[in-house]
Design a protein. Structure first.
Length: 167
């Protein structure tokens, strides 16, 4: 099953289709087909999630060129833009649609880490559209993921220390 999903993703890349979308569709199709083996498919998918993420991150790391300064400059803009846009979104949500959203929930929205999907998208873009700007985008997204995670961990540690000092 995993081989079939990987084969469809590889074929999609060869045909210049979005491997992420094709892989998602193949996985969703395999998971949602009826039959007695549906529970076994869920077990296999859950068991394979961490090794597949690890393999993906190894491949993304192999494609990453951290020596280009333009990518790091782009990363600073990317992280700042991400923080500002998430803050604006949280403020708009609180004022317009979700008036009962607490300040804590707004902070959680702003501080949420980046997922693996953003890294997958830029790695796929680098595969489909090779060029200097896409390489810089890989540095911006991978570096931005690392910076966002570090900032989140520092904020959580600070919050934990404040809670221990109060209690």
């Amino acid at each position: 099953m995993l081989g079939a999903v990987a084969l469809t993703a590889g074929m999609a890349s060869y045909l210049r289709l979005s491997a992420i979308a094709v892989c998602f569709l193949a996985g969703a199709l395999a998971f949602n087909l009826g039959g007695e083996w549906r529970g076994e498919v869920r077990t296999v998918l859950e068991r394979m999630e961490r090794p597949v993420y690890f393999l993906f991150l190894v491949i993304a790391g192999a494609l990453w060129r951290p020596g280009e300064w333009e990518g790091w400059a782009f990363m600073a803009l990317f992280v700042a833009g991400r923080f500002v846009s998430k803050w604006v979104a949280a403020v708009l949500l609180r004022r317009v649609w979700m008036k009962d959203m607490s300040e804590h929930e707004g902070k959680i929205l702003v501080a949420s880490p980046m997922g693996a999907l953003s890294v997958a998208v830029v790695v796929l873009a680098q595969d489909l559209y090779p060029g200097p700007f896409v390489g810089w985008s890989v540095t911006a997204v991978i570096g931005g993921s690392i910076v966002m995670e570090l900032l989140l961990q520092v904020a959580l540690r600070r919050k934990r220390v404040e809670a221990e000092a109060e209690g």
